[in-house]
Ligand binder design. Structure first.
Ligand SMILES: *Cc1c(COP(=O)(O)O)cnc(C)c1O
Length: 360
């Protein structure tokens, strides 16, 4: 089998070492002569795994003591509903910053549960997409919370500054940027992420929530998404997706073994920079995101010609560079280069793009 690189946006590639470890212990986990997916989530071994995984996340993100780490099901879209149900007060309202598809989808879902205001923060600067981050320090406390999406996975727009909400509550959909670089958790009221981009496989959602935001859920909130219920049940109110949780814990372990998030941030910056540098000098490919908002996780590019883009994707796929087709709503190409993507994958892509350029 020749070398293949998977640039899928999500579910995305997992670290090879994690898959190998899971494979090695699949039939005999922790000497139980059974797999991890066949044991009770309330048994000693799984409970220990769950506890360990939370400690690992706490260590990776330096999470302060007044935050809970919860795991839920229903993905990020489940949280689009759970967040207003848990955080909106009866007469309250929330502000959603709109920077693209996902932040907009989050606002649309939240509107079912209360009063939502939307503020567009995506602007065009010299023909490029950029984010104009407002200073909300004076106004944010009028809202139960302010929601934003630090990395728009589809367009490849990332927001590196954290919005200033003063005494307000900041909520972030970090599905495609969590664990890619260190963050100051204390700036946030709640952080959530579907696992399938940068944490593990699909089917599990990571939530980091400040203690004072727990316990004010609307009565309609499904128990499985009520943060108080999740906290009080150690995220085991219903049967958790144990195999997905296990794989996440292996990813956390892998991250810690490889220098944690400082090392990841450096690696990710090197990877993204190499790709953007190539695109910027290319006569064929271009990227339309302002430099300061170029995603380090999802690099979008196009030839500007839909036909040619299709040829590129087809030839790249044949050459072992998989899943480079852009999202259907934006077209073009997208290379998703999460933590698990090695620099070799970036170099292989650049080499291939270079060869493609010379074809005409
Ligand atoms: C993928 C993604 C989602 C959707 O996640 P699901 O787990 O499929 O609901 C939401 N937000 C962002 C930023 C994403 O990248």
């Amino acid at each position: 089998m020749s070398k293949v690189f998977n640039f899928s946006a999500g579910p995305a590639m997992m670290p090879a070492e994690v898959l190998e470890k899971a494979q090695n212990e699949l039939r005999n986990w922790e000497e139980l002569q059974t797999s991890v997916m066949e044991v009770s989530h309330r048994g000693k071994n799984f409970m220990a795994l769950a506890k360990r995984s939370i400690e690992q996340v706490r260590e990776l993100l330096a999470i302060p003591d007044n935050y809970q780490v919860l795991f839920a099901q229903g993905g990020a879209r489940g949280q689009f509903a759970a967040i207003p149900m848990n955080l909106l007060t009866p007469k309250g309202k929330a502000l959603y910053l709109n920077s693209g598809y996902w932040s907009n989808a989050a606002a649309d879902e939240a509107k079912r549960y209360g009063t939502i205001e939307v503020q567009d923060i995506l602007v065009e600067k010299k023909g490029q997409s950029a984010v104009d981050l407002p200073d909300l320090s004076a106004v944010a406390s009028q809202y139960d919370y302010v929601h934003y999406c630090p990395n728009e996975t589809i367009s490849g727009v990332e927001i590196f500054d954290v919005p200033d909400v003063g005494d307000g509550v900041l909520v972030a959909d970090m599905s495609s940027t969590i664990l890619s670089r260190p963050i100051d958790v204390s700036r946030f009221g709640l952080i959530y992420a579907g696992a399938q981009k940068n944490v593990g496989p699909a089917g599990i959602t990571l939530i980091i929530v400040r203690d004072d935001l727990i316990g004010r859920a609307q009565p309609i909130t499904p128990s499985i998404w009520n943060y108080q219920v999740l906290r009080d049940s150690d995220s085991m109110f219903n049967t958790p997706p144990t195999f997905a949780w296990y794989l996440c814990s292996l990813v956390f372990e892998w991250l810690l073994q490889h220098g944690g998030l400082d090392a990841m941030a450096q690696r990710n910056q090197t990877k993204a920079q190499a790709l953007y540098n190539f695109i910027d000098q290319s006569a064929v490919f271009h990227n339309t995101v302002a430099r300061e908002n170029r995603s380090r996780m999802n690099v979008t590019f196009t030839t500007g010609d839909a036909e040619r883009d299709m040829q590129f994707v087809a030839q790249a796929t044949a050459a072992g560079l998989q899943a480079l087709k852009g999202h259907r709503i934006v077209g073009g190409m997208r290379a998703s280069i999460y933590n698990a993507m090695p620099l070799d994958g970036i170099n292989a892509l650049i080499d291939f793009m270079q060869a493609f350029e010379q074809q005409r």
